[in-house]
Design a protein around this ligand. Structure first.
Ligand SMILES: CC(C)(COP(=O)(O)OP(=O)(O)OC[C@H]1O[C@@H](n2cnc3c(N)ncnc32)[C@H](O)[C@@H]1OP(=O)(O)O)[C@@H](O)C(=O)NCCC(=O)NCCS
Length: 161
């Protein structure tokens, strides 16, 4: 049974494990330790029969909720896990009266190819904005521009059944 919760302290090692298996440039173990202890970050974890299979990390300001990282373990994709997590983030944004939710992704992931995320983001309701954000990411030590996608916080209002 898939469970989504943001109660309690997330386990940095479990999240690091999902991160490493999902991204070419995962956050370091040190960074994950800081994130799980940070009062400025929120983490929601999806668990299948108690085992973490997906997470979302986000930050809130009065104007915007910003998703810093969203990922679902490969073998559990296309089963609604990300929508369950996003529904929680969007509900949080509405409760906080933040009008929009945004996510910044590396420019290289918006073009056709195996790492493409723009189709997914557009499918769930985000719209890409311009101009790109100069040098927002450092991938393997090289600066890479970021592309901000934005969705009104009313976009995802209900969790899928
Ligand atoms: C992108 C990602 C988070 C999607 O997670 P997921 O749990 O498989 O997505 P869901 O099953 O919740 O799918 C939600 C909707 O998006 C669609 N979708 C999922 N992956 C998609 C893709 N790669 N391209 C287009 N649409 C996609 C689903 O069909 C579903 O549509 P529906 O509601 O009409 O049925 C997951 O593939 C992932 O972790 N990828 C690697 C890390 C990454 O790229 N993170 C995202 C950064 S924005």
């Amino acid at each position: 049974m898939l469970n989504v919760n943001n109660g309690g302290r997330a386990n940095a090692n479990e999240l690091l494990d999902i991160d490493i298996k999902s991204f070419d440039d995962p956050w370091s173990a040190e960074h994950w330790s800081e994130i799980v202890d940070s009062p400025h970050h929120s983490i929601v974890v999806a668990r299948l029969y108690g085992t973490p299979i997906a997470f979302v990390v986000f930050q809130a300001t009065p104007a915007t909720v910003t998703i810093l990282k969203l990922c679902v373990k490969q073998q559990h994709r296309r089963n609604g896990a990300s929508l369950r997590l996003l529904a929680t983030v969007f509900a949080y944004a509405r409760t906080a009266n933040a009008p929009e939710v945004c996510i910044v992704v590396p420019e290289s992931t918006i073009y056709p190819g195996p790492r493409n995320v723009s189709k997914y983001l557009q499918h769930v309701g985000f719209v890409a904005t311009t101009p790109f954000i100069k040098g927002h990411f450092h991938v393997y030590g090289e600066p890479e521009d970021g592309v901000m996608f934005i969705a009104p916080s009313t976009t995802i209002v209900r969790e899928p059944t």
